[in-house]
Design a protein around this ligand. Structure first.
Ligand code: NAP
Length: 296
């Protein structure tokens, strides 16, 4: 299969490209070719923020996986154009090109953040709740991208993956799980709202990659929550990290109740593939400790 992957130098993209390149012809769209790049991949330098036409893209493609997101996705309003161009404009260009290039699958990375927060697990049928705040513009762009992509389902199956807290080796420092690991490693206190902090079901990057690969092999279409198999509080997560790093986490209470963000993953399990990496094992890989069991 000829597969075009955007955001191929990113956290999920790097893991995905390495996996897909073993059995597929991969075209990896990047702003700049990475220094350590897996062999057998065709690298295409393309800056989505510049909104240039896709002149160097292949004339024919079987599948597209759109993972790119603005580096400045939190920086609204200063970087609104970058967030818009890399999020929404790029999605439209990719959909348009994918149709002309004969694509038979399209996978769009979206976010579980679209649901807002709540104490029960969110289903795909739940309404989107985009409030104001620093991430509101980014969430809006994601939701609009989903809506554009849905319009193309008469041309190819479109799988929209609402990802919840991906984690694993090589994650950028600013992300929640990477920040927790750093806090426990350095002895900085972990801040908890409520007794134990928010509850989440984070997904290991190996499971996220398996879900994307499954979408490429199936005719999956529609919205899928992509999250991990375990619901844990921030306190429990920090305790797992402490075990992996052989350190005792410190905690500090913050005012206000915890705002949980938990995915219902019934549809993922039923129609795609169940996530299998237990948090304890996944966090060991994220901390650089040898896993107690093999994490595929
Ligand atoms: N990781 C999570 O927990 C999570 C949660 C919810 C949703 N998601 C979604 O899943 C997708 C992948 O996430 P990730 O964690 O792998 O993201 P990431 O590590 O931030 O990677 C983003 C990718 O987008 C590329 N990019 C940024 N600006 C670009 C531009 N102007 N032109 C071309 N490419 C550009 C980056 O390239 P450079 O490296 O060159 O900047 C990088 O390859 C994203 O769409 C994200 O919204 C992820």
């Amino acid at each position: 299969m000829r597969i075009f992957v955007t955001g191929a130098s990113g956290f999920i993209g790097r893991h995905l490209v390495a996996e897909l390149a073993e059995t597929h012809q991969v075209f990896a769209a990047v702003r700049r070719r990475p220094t350590e790049a897996p062999a057998g991949v065709t690298w295409i330098e393309h800056d989505f923020a510049a909104a240039t036409p896709p002149t160097s893209w292949p004339a024919a493609i079987d599948a597209v996986v759109h993972l790119a997101q603005s580096r400045y996705y939190r920086a609204f309003p200063e970087k609104a154009s970058d967030i818009y161009n890399v999020g929404l404009d790029a999605t439209m260009r990719l959909l348009d090109w994918a149709r002309a290039a004969g694509a038979r699958k399209f996978v769009l990375a979206s976010t579980g953040g679209l649901y807002g927060t709540g104490s029960r697990p969110f289903r795909e049928s739940d309404p989107v709740m985009i409030g104001p705040g620093p991430l509101g513009f980014y969430f809006t762009v994601k939701r609009l991208s989903e809506m554009l992509a849905e319009q193309y389902t008469s041309f190819f199956p479109v799988a929209i993956l609402r990802i919840f807290f991906a984690y694993g080796p090589g994650q950028a420092p600013g992300m929640l799980m990477a920040r927790l690991i750093e806090a426990v490693r350095t002895g900085e206190p972990v801040r908890l709202h409520g007794k134990d902090g928010i509850r989440i079901n984070p997904v290991h990057v190996a499971d996220a990659v398996r879900v994307i690969a499954r979408c490429l092999g199936a005719d999956a279409s529609g919205v899928f929550n992509v999250a991990g198999p375990e619901i844990v509080s921030l306190r429990e997560t920090a305790m797992h990290i402490g075990t992996a790093l052989e350190r005792t986490p410190r905690f500090v209470a913050e005012p206000g109740a915890a705002a949980d963000l938990i995915a219902d993953i019934d549809r993922l399990r039923r129609e795609l593939i169940p996530p299998t990496v237990a948090l304890r094992d996944g966090l060991r890989t994220a901390c650089g400790a040898p896993p107690s069991v093999r994490v595929p």
